[in-house]
Design a protein around this ligand. Structure first.
Ligand SMILES: [Zn+2]
Ligand SMILES: [Zn+2]
Length: 299
């Protein structure tokens, strides 16, 4: 992982849902290096460790985007910024998220008040509450700055209404994140011709096994079917959008030993014939579009 400044997507946490299992993948977080910026997309548990393991200095933290406030996307937002702060973060950080993000951040700082106050006095650190600003967004244009454009699209993730797909564009390159969503046809227009579409995905067989394994089976199945997409549905969006590469991410299930990459590929090939990546924690996907980084498995 040599070139620090190569435009790339790094999948830090690739599983859907908040559970973690021994040796298994981590909940949702990604890193987008584009035009010299370091952008974090979603902050599920493990995002801090994932960034460090990807060779990214926490002090490089610049902009953070949160697609929605489900814990597998936001649980480690505060701890990530706080850890960067104790590591010497001195430049301002902006967090972009749906309504409620500011409330989360304010209450996180309250919960950590003892530690924050003591480090300011004892270690001479700047006040973390002054370093961080939160911008809550709705649908549409969120940011236009130095050639970077970020737009959002409200997707279909009941019962959460404020859940947004994100489109990042810079220097003719574009990366789109579906966020968590049931099959949502307008995403195809939103993701039109993107270099990379990162779309969430489930496997039907895996969902049945997951439902059988957990105590709350029927309710869980109901939620998954109403609020998430199957792999072939993600493939349909990618085909309709004419993207260059589809990345299946937020995998459900992500840690079932019976389900492997071949199963995901089988499912998505029904609807998508183009470049494909099945996410795995730590996987690097260059934005150039030609080739995968070493260690990446593509099909
Ligand atoms: Zn999720
Ligand atoms: Zn969700």
């Amino acid at each position: 992982m040599s070139a620090e400044n190569v435009d790339r997507l790094v999948l830090l946490g690739s599983k859907g849902g908040p559970a973690v299992r021994p040796g298994g993948p981590w909940p949702s977080s990604s890193l987008l290096a584009i035009g010299g910026r370091t952008i974090v997309v979603d902050c599920g548990l493990g995002v801090t460790r994932g960034m460090v393991d990807a060779g990214i200095s926490l002090k490089a933290l610049d902009r953070i985007f949160v697609t929605h406030l489900h814990s597998d996307h936001v649980l480690e937002l505060g701890p990530l910024i706080h850890t960067a702060w104790t590591a010497g973060l001195a430049a301002p950080v902006t967090v972009y998220g749906p309504p409620g993000t500011g409330h989360y951040w304010q209450r996180f700082c309250q919960a950590m008040e003892f530690d924050i106050e003591i480090r300011i006095v004892d270690e001479g650190r700047p006040d973390i509450r002054d370093l961080v600003s939160v911008e809550e967004f709705g649908e549409g244009l969120v940011l236009e700055d130095g050639g970077l454009t970020v737009t959002t699209l409200r997707v279909d993730h009941p019962p959460v209404t404020d859940c947004f797909a994100l489109r990042f564009e810079q220097g003719g390159k574009s990366v789109v994140f579906s966020a968590d969503t049931a099959l949502f046809p307008p995403l195809a227009e939103f993701a039109r011709s993107a270099n990379i579409l990162v779309h969430e995905a489930m496997l039907a067989d895996g969902v049945e096994r997951l439902v059988a394994r957990t105590g709350n089976g029927a309710r869980l199945r109901e939620h998954l079917l109403a609020s998430h997409s199957f792999a072939d549905e993600a493939g349909r969006i990618a085909s309709n959008a004419g993207v260059k590469r589809l990345v299946l991410n937020h995998l459900i299930p992500a840690d079932d030993p019976v389900i492997g990459e071949a199963d995901w590929i089988d499912a998505v090939r029904k609807t998508w014939a183009g470049d494909l990546t099945i996410a795995r924690d730590g996987l690097v996907v260059p934005l150039s579009g030609e080739h995968a980084a070493s260690g990446e498995e593509t099909a």
